[in-house]
Design a protein around this ligand. Structure first.
Ligand SMILES: *Cc1c(COP(=O)(O)O)cnc(C)c1O
Length: 393
């Protein structure tokens, strides 16, 4: 695939390109400044360590945390595993309950099933038709032996923003830890772990214009969060996550966080304008279109839309040379089952199957919106006409 034949990219929630400035910040740490950040006996190590600590500060600043509360991991999958399994193992036999909505990312759901095997009872919360959970449901479900409540900040399929600050306040009052998967929130909405009463927060660099393979888990120090590490070894990251830190990736993640802190507001305005034009353009050209999830409590770049009667697989196939989109989560898109997130909103199998996720991002150019509107509306019209012919024949 060459630059000329590449389709335009509307799948920014699957991953994002690395920002050129991030690339430039990382490069020297692959070649000249290649030291092991844990080498304490020479300048190569010190140089890498200083760069890692600088990155840690930038990430802490982005979420209003103390740098000592940022633990680097390989990504949000690891961070989610570490938070949920780590707390489950620490409190095994002493606490017995966890809470999460049914619309969480697979890696959260699977980690909770691990906790279940350890003996924890899990309360699976339903969501409303707009994708949001009701904090009163948490209030009703939370118990004295609730070890952890896990609610993702921004949903990866429908872009909805959960009321995390209200949930955090409930958890704090009851003495349960509050974990949030913020992989899709960082860079797209304000994050403040103090205001939100978050105890554990998962982040991923490649969802915010940083490199793949690096992420972080925020672990609160006051009041201190206790968890068992997943990785044992050299005791790096204050013994919470052993293993050599990939200094170039850490530096890239830090740079990406710095850009977010400086530019999020202006970027959000531009991206929202693009997304709104995309929706309006599609609404004008194709009938029977529906938006999944709350439009009000939603990140600027996301549009989860369904086209009545369409098969999303056929739509993606028809568009494959022109526009890169997906039907939701990249992790499950190999499966042909309808999205469990859309089903949880109350959509029928058919309507869930007719939905796609369109996502605008930092590198989206204004003229790409027009191209996408034309390509998608044309493909939908063609598929519908074919469908009608098929049912007539
Ligand atoms: C992408 C994503 C993950 C997984 O992150 P990786 O860094 O790719 O492991 C977890 N949760 C959410 C909400 C995501 O969007």
């Amino acid at each position: 695939m060459s630059a000329e034949t590449r389709p335009l990219y509307l799948d920014y929630q699957a991953t994002t390109p690395v920002d050129q400035r991030v690339m430039e910040a990382m490069t020297p740490f692959f070649t000249e400044a290649f030291g092991n950040p844990h080498s304490t006996s020479h300048a190569y190590g010190w140089e890498a360590r200083d760069a890692v600590e600088d990155a840690r500060q930038q990430i802490a600043k982005m979420i209003n945390a103390d740098p000592r509360e940022v633990v680097f991991t390989s990504g949000a999958t690891e961070s989610n595993n570490m938070a949920i399994k780590g707390v489950a193992r620490f409190f095994e036999g002493r606490k017995g309950h966890m809470i999460a909505p049914v619309t969480e990312h697979k890696c959260v759901l699977e980690s909770l099933k691990y906790a279940q095997k350890l003996g924890y009872e899990i309360t699976w919360l339903p969501v409303a038709a707009d994708g949001l959970i009701d904090p009163d449901d948490i209030k009703a479900a939370i118990r004295d032996d609730t070890a952890l409540v896990s609610v993702m900040h921004v949903n990866n399929e429908i872009g909805t923003i959960q009321p995390v600050a209200e949930i955090g306040a409930i958890c704090r009052e009851k003495g349960a830890y509050f974990h949030t998967d913020a992989a899709q929130a960082a860079g797209k909405t304000a994050i403040d772990v103090q205001d939100m009463n978050v105890d554990l927060m998962s982040l991923s660099a490649h969802k915010m214009y940083g490199p793949m393979g690096i992420g972080a888990l925020y672990v609160r120090r006051k009041p201190r969060v206790r968890l068992e590490p997943l990785m044992d070894g050299g005791g790096q990251e204050r013994t919470m996550r052993s293993g050599t830190l990939p200094a170039p990736l850490v530096v890239g993640f830090g740079k990406a966080a710095g850009i977010v802190t400086d530019e999020r507001d202006t970027e959000t305005t531009r991206i929202r304008d693009f997304r709104d034009r995309l929706l309006k353009g599609l609404q004008q050209r194709v009938p029977d279109l529906y938006v999944n999830g709350s439009m009000e409590h939603r990140i600027a770049g996301n549009l989860s839309v369904g086209f009545k009667g369409i098969d999303s697989e056929a739509l993606m196939d028809a568009l494959k040379e022109r526009v890169a989109i997906s039907s939701g989560s990249a992790c499950t898109s190999a499966a042909v089952e309808p999205s469990y997130v859309l089903r949880a909103l109350g959509l029928s199998d058919e309507d869930a199957h007719a939905s796609v996720r369109l996502c605008v991002g930092r590198m989206t150019a204004p003229d790409e919106i027009e191209v996408a509107i034309e390509a998608i509306s044309e493909a939908v019209r063609t598929l519908r006409a074919d469908g009608t012919r098929a049912s007539v024949a």
